[in-house]
Design a binder for this molecule. Sequence first.
Ligand code: MN
Length: 400
Amino acid sequence: MKIRVGSATDVGRTRTANEDSFLRDDKGRVFAVADGMGGHRAGDVASATALETFEHELDDGATLVDAIVAANAEVFAKAQANPEMRGMGTTVTAVQLDDEKALVGHVGDSRAYLLRDGELTQVTEDHSLVEELVREGRLTPEEAAVHPQRSIITRALGVDEAVEVDTYEIDLRPDDRIVVCSDGLTSMMRDEEIAGVLRAHTNPEEAAEKLVLAANRAGGEDNITVLVIDVEGDKRRGRRKALVASEAVVPVGDEATGEWERAEPPEVEEAPEEPESRPPRRRRLRRALLWVIPILLVLGVAAGALGWYARNGYFVGVDDNRVVLYRGVPDGFLVWDPTVEEQTDLRTTDLNNAQRDDLEDGHRFSSRNGADAFLARLERSTTTTTTSTTTTTAPALPPA
Ligand code: MN
């Protein structure tokens, strides 16, 4: 596997010093970006010290993670020993390539990206305050991108004796492009803009330079460092694979009987798995929940309002020849059925035709008082009619 590499760094348009450092070892296939912080130029001491130690440890045979841990210890020791460097620290995002994989070690808010088939994916997850707020659902990615505290990092080399290093592994494919950069690029440009520049420049040196240029045009508010690492496609091997892939489905068995089976493709390599970047499923789920919860809240409020409507009114109707006071809406509303509030002693036989018709579909009232007044009137009107016929019909009604 061949690689081609491009790199560029710039102080930007507002800073007086470039505190970013980068390591580019094309032969050893190790690359890193470190973004230092700390007053009085302690930032560039932090980032340079970290990468020197990191490279030295790798040369001594340390693993990527152990080399970063050693770099942390070295920066921390230096900060402790020199009062003017107290509090200095640095990010580090490092990539180590072998023939099939890229191993990424990461602390802070510098980033590694993968451009594959024209699509840009962020590999590393920022250790920054705003990213944590995004993960907790308290900020949207759009809000985080312009948040005034977006440069506050929650993990760095040199601020503590111990450091936790995140690692990611990428199964490399021909024509993959890996980008490592400091936040001076990503705080000035959105991912789509970065992807556009990367797609427009196939030469990695050119791509790195154009990204720095674009970040400066967008304001250049911080130091900008970009590494572009291209995994070269093996043209001959690629064509052979394509041929084999097209023959992957071959007939086997007795052709005369028409029995066809899908053969196991003998030579086609299994499709490399997606790179192990940030877990997209978990993130997608959380984002989905962020949508679902407000929708459920709105539905809940709507249901409450409908329920209130359905349950708030009263009506006087008829049940089994008796006049009944109901709570609710006649025939019910959605899931809310009317309930019997009061059984009166009035019977439909006590009512005249007009009154019966009136109660047929339920006479509605917005308040209990209105319904009670109506019932009282109804009883008074029937009392006069029933008294005259008491002798011939039902027993006299008890007083209301
Ligand atoms: Mn920075």
